[in-house]
Write a protein that binds this ligand. Structure first.
Ligand code: ADE
Length: 227
């Protein structure tokens, strides 16, 4: 999988070199390329934004700069993700569906967002006929300073689903066999008693059928409490 990120803050993406993601890119499972949006600004002050037509507070990111940055990335079979709090809510099924993509481009907006004509332009037939899909995505009902952190969240959730990224692939199959997919049961390890709190006895019983039943009950209790 190839992942391109367009941002005015390339330094936000240093964590891609760490942990699972770092290993995944070292081993070639995923290739990250971070592009500095400002390097596509052709105006005197390298501005990437301007005041909104119709008035109002804040600044809007210039379509011209985004077009120059995105055009070379819009190759056949691409998912273009525009991060915005007004987008479709990111969830595990969306992560699973995007993990089948061969190329994802994250467009990280700042300020009041990106001029909507960028979304309109790349949503036209010219692009959809080349299998280029545009998605406006939000990671939750709160407003961040921009799409950088949101795209890091998405990148981690998507790339850990790629074959070979997790050390133990059984972790993934356990997740997907779980009734709710990802709402897990509580976990325990050694010692069997810690600060007077014992591990639930059933887990020490060796009875795998009963353990599976207990875990399913615990997972659905957790899910109920989180609703
Ligand atoms: N940009 C600002 N807030 C955001 C959010 N919640 N999700 C995605 N992008 C954003």
């Amino acid at each position: 999988m190839k992942i391109d990120v367009v941002t005015i803050f390339p330094d936000y993406f240093a964590p891609l070199k760490l942990s699972l993601l770092g290993k995944a890119s070292e081993s070639g499972i995923v290739e990250f390329q971070i592009h500095d949006l400002r390097s596509f600004a052709r105006n005197n002050h390298h501005a990437v934004d301007d005041t909104p037509y119709g008035g109002g507070a804040g600044m809007v990111m210039l379509p011209e700069v985004w077009g120059l940055a995105l055009d070379p990335l819009m190759v056949e079979n691409t998912d273009l993700i525009i991060l915005t709090p007004a987008g479709k809510r990111f969830d595990q099924p969306m992560a699973e569906s995007l993990s089948a993509s061969s190329h994802i481009v994250f467009a990280c907006g700042r300020y009041e967002g990106i001029d909507d004509r960028v979304r309109q332009h790349y949503s036209t037939q010219e692009y959809s006929s080349r299998n280029i899909r545009v998605h406006e995505v939000s990671i939750g009902d709160y407003v961040l300073g921009g799409g950088e952190v949101a795209s890091l969240v998405m990148i981690e959730a998507i790339t850990r689903l790629l074959p070979g990224v997790l050390g133990n692939p059984l972790s993934l199959s356990e997740e997907s066999h779980n009734e709710d997919g990802y709402l897990e049961y509580p976990n325990f390890t050694k010692p069997s008693i810690w600060r007077d709190i014992p591990v639930p006895e059933i887990l020490l019983s060796g009875n795998h059928g009963e353990i599976a039943k207990w875990r399913a009950e615990q997972a659905s209790k957790r899910a109920e409490n989180n609703i």
